[in-house]
Design a protein around this ligand. Structure first.
Ligand SMILES: Nc1ncnc2c1ncn2[C@@H]1O[C@H](COP(=O)(O)OP(=O)(O)OP(=O)(O)O)[C@@H](O)[C@H]1O
Ligand SMILES: CC(=O)N[C@H]1[C@@H]2OC[C@@H](O2)[C@@H](O)[C@@H]1O[C@H](C)C(=O)O
Length: 378
């Protein structure tokens, strides 16, 4: 099948879209990908929606700013798919499905609440392509964490890349998550802790920058070890998986703890917080990985990469070193997840989200103009 995946992550930087061909098991081909950054005003709207998201008690709540932000998510994702199709010279009728993650505004698995802004039926109608959306809901409903959901794709990549077993595939987005792939496709996955979100928010507050490009500012600083050790005492790190995080889980504590430091030292300390918590995640794996592969924007932060390599004794490669994409990998994952959802194949497992039995998940929306029975809910 030919599928397009769409991701707008916790960093609020933009929309990633990617085309792949897959049967839901093997990745048959990687197609083109496209990144559509949010403007400063759009980021402001999304930040306000995330702030409003903390008050959501009903999944369907789209009042006020949440509704405005959902319109932005719908429009920006539709445009990105249309531009990707133009770029690839592919007609909508030649795409089998779109996997639409949407924008997470709140994630609280303990109360079975996860909300991704984005209207799947609207997008299906606008594009004239079937859309699989709300991919986390069924897992959460069945008692899982609802995240991470990309491990099945990481497993397919690990197999295709002939990585040694066990291997770890790490995504450093706003939050960081890891997938351990062992012999026979054995999986173990969880969120490790912060990714770039703390660092991004520090940069914005201190000097109005969106992020610390290439980790330059952090590399000029010195880590405050007592602050770092204090941050590492959070219960989250010793907690056994399954576990997943809301973007703001560490914010108050971490940003307060570095408030007295220079921007360079604060950035260096937050970089080490991300790297140390990733390295600590090995305690929850059956066996230490023989190789790590890093994707997500954090793979472009040289300070994070250096801090990881200091703490992890085995080779740490980037997705690009493997011939994969650093930036489009999550979008590719949502294309893959959508195809698996169409085929009823499991996307989440007890060992990835803690769901009691494997779940496929995803809600299918079809354009009204297409064959009548395409609308179905799984
Ligand atoms: N050249 C770079 N140097 C340093 N950091 C970078 C660079 N490019 C991207 N980043 C970081 O990566 C972030 C974006 O990463 P990514 O797109 O993987 O996150 P996301 O998908 O939004 O998050 P998540 O995976 O948590 O949903 C930026 O906010 C920035 O912190
Ligand atoms: C609720 C939510 O959106 N979680 C994101 C976030 O960003 C990284 C990490 O936390 C991961 O658990 C998840 O995203 C990826 C795509 C996942 O579910 O696999």
């Amino acid at each position: 099948m030919r599928a397009i995946g769409l991701m707008s992550g916790t960093s609020l930087d933009g929309v990633d879209a990617a085309l792949i061909e897959t049967d839901g098991e093997a990745i048959e081909a990687f197609g083109p990908s496209l990144y559509r950054p949010y403007s400063e005003a759009e980021r402001g709207l999304l930040r306000a929606a995330l702030a409003a998201g903390t008050e959501i008690t009903e999944r369907s709540d789209r009042t006020g700013i949440l509704g405005e932000a959902e319109t932005l998510i719908n429009q920006s994702h539709a445009e990105t798919v249309e531009n990707l199709l133009k770029m690839a010279g592919v007609r909508p009728s030649h795409v089998d499905v779109v996997g639409f993650h949407g924008q997470t505004v709140i994630h609280k698995p303990a109360i079975k609440l996860t909300v991704q802004l984005g209207d799947g039926p609207w997008l299906a109608e606008r594009l004239g392509i079937a859309v699989v959306h709300d991919i986390r809901a069924a897992d959460i409903e069945a008692g899982g964490q609802g995240a991470p959901v990309v491990p099945v794709f990481h497993r397919a990549l690990a197999g295709a890349g002939k990585l040694p077993e066990p291997a770890a595939i790490l995504n450093i987005g706003g939050v960081a998550n890891v997938t351990w792939v062992g012999p026979g496709g054995d999986l173990n996955a969880f969120d490790t802790g912060p990714g770039n979100a703390l660092l991004d928010d520090l940069m914005r507050a201190r000097n109005g920058q969106e992020f610390d490009k290439d980790g330059e500012i952090a590399r000029r600083g010195t880590t405050d070890k007592s602050v770092l050790y204090a941050l590492l005492t959070s219960d989250f790190f010793a907690k056994k998986p399954p576990k997943s995080l809301d973007r703001f889980h560490f914010h108050e504590k971490a940003l307060t703890a570095v408030a007295h430091l220079s921007t360079e030292d604060a950035a260096s300390t937050l970089v080490d917080f991300t790297a140390a918590t990733i390295a600590l995640s090995v305690q929850h794996m059956k066996e230490a990985p023989k190789r790590w592969v890093v994707a997500g924007g954090g793979a472009r932060n040289l300070a994070i990469l250096a801090a990881l390599r200091e703490r992890i004794a085995v080779p740490v490669s980037t997705a690009e070193d493997m011939g994969w994409s650093i930036d489009a990998l999550e979008a590719q994952a949502f294309a893959y997840l959508a195809v698996r959802s169409l085929k009823g194949l499991p996307n989440t497992y007890p060992s990835t989200t803690g769901v009691p039995t494997p779940v496929s998940g995803g809600v299918l929306a079809g354009p009204k103009s297409s064959s009548g029975n395409r609308m179905a809910v799984r």
